[in-house]
Write a protein that binds this ligand. Structure first.
Ligand SMILES: Cc1ncc(COP(=O)(O)O)c(C=O)c1O
Length: 349
């Protein structure tokens, strides 16, 4: 039976976590002289003088409703970058343990490993940008703690073959993280449905993409209670601001607006794709399950610079492994997409 405590870094086994001021009293009414807050209120119109709920209970129960996932299986972080970092800090001993990434993929798995002095084993995706399971299995050793699986994958845009992800979940003895930052744009159901089946699964999602709340910094990790107990023990006590908690709680009442925006982005994607296909400069548009296209072009770097001159900013991925001559283009509004297409039409290489 998988036990995350067996993977935990030794020095954390007996960690006494910070106990926050409100741990002993849960009520909202009272004379609060325990947290050295300002008793008068704030210098702003709205009052923010009290520390926020460290475990974001109200927000978690609203998210639980929307996602159909028990609140006990939800961790909320300052963007999904926070749970990414926490997983390293919890399970990977610097200079000893390693993780596997499937390149090309989201850059923070590598950066966070570098910050935490953890070795990264890089396995390349196949030619069709799918997981290379035999190569992953060959890379695993006794010190491999985490396999990062980004699906739909950034920057390639595609979902991996789901059976391949499941095969990693069922054979790997460590943690498999399935990063679903772009799941709202994909047609499949979330891996969060499989939490009961795979105790070594962590699913990441975010409010930064489909929900349009990137500036509020709210990421989610869905996992077993045992994994989340470890993450909660080592996180900063008040990791999510009161402003974020309150604003998102309010925003969740407009969940259908998110669906409408996703539908419009997907419709715009179809139009953008057919417009791009007409252009000489475009060589290949990779299939996507996300809100962006990876596009192979003639002279990616020069094109990127020419677009910037016209204040059109895309992401140059041409130096990234397996992404030669590719730009990553986020699907914008109709107007933005038209501007991009016009600029590409007029470009002289
Ligand atoms: C695959 C993937 N995961 C996570 C993130 C980070 O999301 P957040 O804004 O929640 O930190 C991104 C951002 O681009 C991403 O592409």
């Amino acid at each position: 039976m998988f036990d995350p405590n067996a993977l935990l870094r030794p020095h954390l086994k007996n960690l006494v976590p910070y106990s926050s001021a409100r741990d002993d009293y849960k009520g909202s009414e009272g004379v609060f002289l325990d947290a050295n807050e300002n008793p008068f209120g704030s210098i702003t119109d709205e009052n923010w003088n009290r520390y926020p709920d460290p475990y974001q209970k109200e927000l978690k129960s609203a998210i639980a409703q929307i996602k159909g996932i028990p609140a006990e299986n939800i961790f909320l972080g300052n963007g999904s970058d926070e749970p990414i970092d926490l997983l390293y800090r919890a399970f990977c001993e610097p200079g000893k343990d390693n993780v596997i990434i499937n390149s090309p993929t989201y850059g923070m798995y590598q950066v966070s490993a570098d910050i935490n002095a953890v070795e990264v084993k890089e396995v390349l995706l196949t030619e069709s940008y799918d997981l290379d399971v035999p190569a992953i299995n060959a890379a695993i050793d006794a010190n491999t703690k985490i396999i990062w699986v980004c699906s739909p994958n950034n920057p390639t845009g595609n979902d991996f073959t789901l059976a391949k992800i499941e095969s990693l979940l069922s054979t790997f003895k460590g943690i498999v993280v399935v990063d679903e930052a772009y799941i709202d744009f994909a047609e499949r159901a979330s891996f969060a449905e499989k939490l009961a089946e795979y105790p070594n699964l962590v699913v990441l999602q975010t409010f930064s993409k489909a929900w349009g709340l990137a500036a509020l910094r709210l990421g989610m990790a869905f996992a077993s209670e045992a994994i989340l107990a470890i993450m909660n023990k080592i996180k900063a006590p008040y990791n999510l601001s009161g402003l974020t908690q309150r604003t998102v709680l309010e925003a969740l009442k407009n969940a259908t607006e998110k669906d409408a925006m996703v539908a419009e982005i997907l419709a715009n994607a179809k139009e953008l794709k057919s417009a791009l296909q007409q252009l000489d400069v475009v060589e290949h548009i990779y299939p996507t399950d996300a809100n962006f296209f990876l596009v192979k072009v003639k002279g990616a770097r020069a094109l990127y610079t020419k677009l910037i001159e016209q204040k059109i900013i895309v992401r140059d991925r041409s130096k990234v492994v397996l992404c030669n001559d590719a730009l990553r283009i986020t699907i914008g509004t109709k107007e933005e997409n038209n501007k991009l297409v016009e600029a590409l039409k007029n470009v002289k290489n």
